[in-house]
Design a protein around this ligand. Structure first.
Ligand SMILES: N[C@@H](CCC(=O)N[C@@H](CS)C(=O)NCC(=O)O)C(=O)O
Length: 308
């Protein structure tokens, strides 16, 4: 008898590394869009986000949901920050302040949602998930695309506050520059901290940590005397950088050994930019939960780099 993936034991704490001990992030599996005339039509209260407040990728979707005033259009479930061998658990299975039960399906873990859609799902059980409550399936589990969906798909529906109606985080005239900065920030910073933290060989660690701090130096120069990364306005480039920078000193410096410098000490322009976003904009502050962030990394990621 051939067992489906859902019936086999899982241990999500095991990461597959490359032959040289380095970490490469796997591709995400569900990549549909929400658009008029498409399989997934823009509708209020049809879509749902499953997120962890510890996870930087999930948090960028939450920030954009708030910036775009989509709180009444997209509902949310927050998982427990403790990601164990069965992956992310819901709040009734692992009680933690601020964690919710899965009121849609009563799932115990996020993996149950993946197996509901595909009983033979072979990928990783990641958050965020943008879920369709109407057809009970995953629309998209790639945060970069969920951010783009939120930026445009629901623009014809009334947002929770009128200020949000004018927000465009990926304006046509700035797209080339945003894409360029996103490429640097994704590879060397957002994913760069994981490449440092999960590596299992000294040379690969040294290469990854040097690349990370080289990119931070570059971003520091870009932000010197500026309020935002691109143009003179908030764009998705700021959102994408913020979620890593806010976790940097509390988590990545110590736990992931990204420890050449702290943001507070070594990067005054980045530090000032981060503080302004956090204190001046509720979309950033209300979606940052340091208890979930620290618990997630220190409790879940026991498999971290062993070098100096
Ligand atoms: N490409 C995905 C990556 C998401 C991701 O890696 N999420 C992590 C949490 S920070 C996760 O859920 N990991 C679970 C696992 O790998 O088992 C995205 O940006 O949406």
């Amino acid at each position: 008898m051939v067992l489906l993936a859902k019936d086999k034991p899982v241990d999500v704490t095991k990461y597959k590394l490359e032959a040289d001990g380095s970490f490469k992030r796997p591709e995400t599996a569900f990549r549909s869009f929400i658009e008029k005339g498409g399989r997934f039509e823009p509708e209020a209260d049809r879509y749902h986000l499953y997120v962890s407040l510890g996870c930087p990728w999930a948090t960028r979707t939450l920030i954009v949901r708030k910036l775009k005033g989509l709180e009444n259009i997209i509902s949310v479930t927050v998982v427990s920050p403790r990601m164990g061998t069965s992956g992310w658990a819901f709040g009734d299975i692992d009680a933690f302040p601020g964690a919710d039960a899965d009121t849609l399906y009563g799932s115990e873990h996020v993996k149950d949602l993946y197996f509901k859609v595909d009983p033979d799902f072979q990928g990783r059980f990641t958050v965020p998930i943008l879920w369709d409550k109407k057809t009970h399936t995953i629309v998209n589990n790639e945060s970069a695309e969920i951010v783009r969906i939120f930026n445009t798909a629901f623009n014809d529906l009334p947002p929770t506050d009128s200020r949000a109606a004018t927000v465009d985080l990926y304006p046509q005239e700035l797209r080339t520059e945003i894409d360029k900065i996103n490429a640097l920030v994704y590879e060397k910073i957002n994913n760069g901290v994981y490449r440092v933290g999960l590596v299992q060989a000294q040379t690969a660690y040294e290469n990854a940590v040097r690349e990370l701090f080289g990119a931070l130096d570059e971003v520091e120069r870009m932000l010197d005397g500026r309020h935002f990364l691109v143009g003179d306005r908030l764009t998705e480039a700021d959102v994408r950088l913020f979620v890593t920078v806010i976790r940097f000193d509390p988590v990545y410096v110590g736990h992931f050994k990204c420890n050449i410098q702290t943001i507070r000490d070594g990067y005054p322009a980045i530090h000032k930019w981060m503080q302004k976003l956090y204190w001046n904009d509720d979309a950033f502050r209300s979606t940052t939960d340091f208890d979930h962030i620290k618990t997630h990394y220190y409790w879940s990621h026991t498999f971290v780099s062993c070098p100096l």
